[in-house]
Design a protein around this ligand. Structure first.
Ligand SMILES: [Zn+2]
Length: 385
């Protein structure tokens, strides 16, 4: 089964409607391609009581060290209104040197570039000093319960050593070459409930209005200056995302007030230190107002940074040589599966341009795809030199 070029392979991958968490056969297809060029593939299906089963793939070529891993996902977000697309989202077409289709840049295109780069690298080198591996998940765009997180646990249990991981998510805002991600901020979601005492608005002394307490709390946490940012990170930021004081009557003081907020935090904090700080405020204010509170936290990921090293600079130089742009080493944006992988390997992220990801008519420039293959090829060549 030959591997032609990145555009053809990207098209083949896009044709599978792998809307998260559905696999639609794409994992098996990719694993056949990889087996044909010498990889040992293992499809790992994970399930959970409260979530749908998800297929993931771990593929490795070679047994020796170092083991260089590429990580990505083959699931995509739903296409939205089909009528708004100029083409069918899972029937990719090329228009004006752009490949249009769901997943074109997030991130079937980058996976195609990586596989073609590996294929070319193997044809030019019959023996490599080390191993190349791939971790491909089908649960990145969804709840991320049965995806990379569980594959990482599996690899840990199998004592599989990963020496470096390149995540192929779209990292460039506008142009290929602009940005490498060397870490990510952490994300903490909190759902706060303040419990007061319901009563008649005309008799406030017989009630305890939780909205008053909630306003005081929100005002306090909204004003916190967590830090000024660091050399590598933006300042930590809290955003109130929902305030909910349900009440069906005008003459009632409500009994309960709810609010949710999200904190994107840098590596000066941990979810533990933030929770402690916030809990102190909740306790103090509710005590003063003779009310109670309940708090629910959900941590999407801790902040992390892969300190720039030789490999980082090698990759930065290759990108600069091929794109004529010196990529910035950044930690901006949302979370990615690197938050799980960094527990077993240093991670760096570089992929396509994210401008049209998750949008109608998601598209990738054919010339970017070719350049990305070249970048990935050069990374392999330099890493195994
Ligand atoms: Zn993605």
């Amino acid at each position: 089964m030959p591997i032609y070029n990145e555009t053809t392979l990207a098209k083949e991958l896009i044709r599978f409607p792998s809307i998260t968490p559905i696999d639609a056969g794409v994992m098996k297809f990719l694993s056949k391609k990889l087996t044909a060029i010498g990889f040992k593939c293992k499809i790992l299906e994970f399930k959970d009581k409260n979530s749908k089963p998800v297929k993931n793939l771990y593929a490795r070529l070679g047994n020796s060290r170092p083991n260089f891993m590429f990580a990505g996902h083959l699931d995509v977000v739903p296409p939205g209104n089909l009528k708004d697309w100029t083409t069918k989202p899972f029937n990719p077409v090329i228009k004006k040197d752009h490949l249009i289709g769901r997943g074109a840049n997030d991130m079937k295109g980058a996976i195609a570039s990586w596989v073609v780069a590996v294929n070319n690298f193997l044809s030019n080198n019959d023996k490599i000093k080390g191993s190349i591996s791939l971790l491909i998940t089908g649960d990145e765009e969804g709840v991320a319960i049965n995806g990379t997180k569980k594959v990482v646990d599996y690899l840990k249990k199998k004592k599989e050593k990963i020496n470096f991981c390149l995540v192929g998510e779209p990292t460039n805002p506008n142009k290929l070459g602009e940005m490498i991600k060397i870490g990510r901020r952490g994300s903490l979601n909190a759902e706060l409930t303040v419990i007061g005492t319901q009563g008649h608005v005309a008799y406030p002394h017989r009630a305890n209005n939780p909205s008053t307490t909630m306003i005081k709390i929100l005002n306090k946490i909204n004003k916190i200056k967590f830090d000024k940012g660091t050399k590598n990170f933006q300042p930590t930021n809290l955003e109130i995302t929902k305030i909910d004081i349900d009440n069906t009557a005008d003459n009632i003081i409500p009994g309960i007030a709810k609010a949710t907020f999200n904190i994107r935090f840098n590596n000066k904090h941990s979810s533990f230190s933030l929770k402690n700080r916030l809990n102190k405020i909740f306790k103090k204010v509710t005590k003063k107002n003779k009310s109670n509170f309940k708090i629910n936290y959900r941590i999407s990921g801790e902040a992390f940074l892969t300190k720039p090293n030789e490999t980082t600079y090698m990759i930065q130089n290759i990108i600069k040589k091929i794109t004529k742009i010196k990529p910035q080493l950044s930690t901006t944006g949302g979370t990615s599966d690197a938050r799980f992988i960094r527990k077993i390997a240093p991670c760096l992220e570089f992929g396509l341009v994210g401008k049209t990801m998750h949008k109608i008519d998601e598209a990738v420039s054919i010339s970017d795809l070719k350049k990305l293959t070249k970048i990935y090829y050069n990374i392999l060549e330099n890493y195994f030199k």
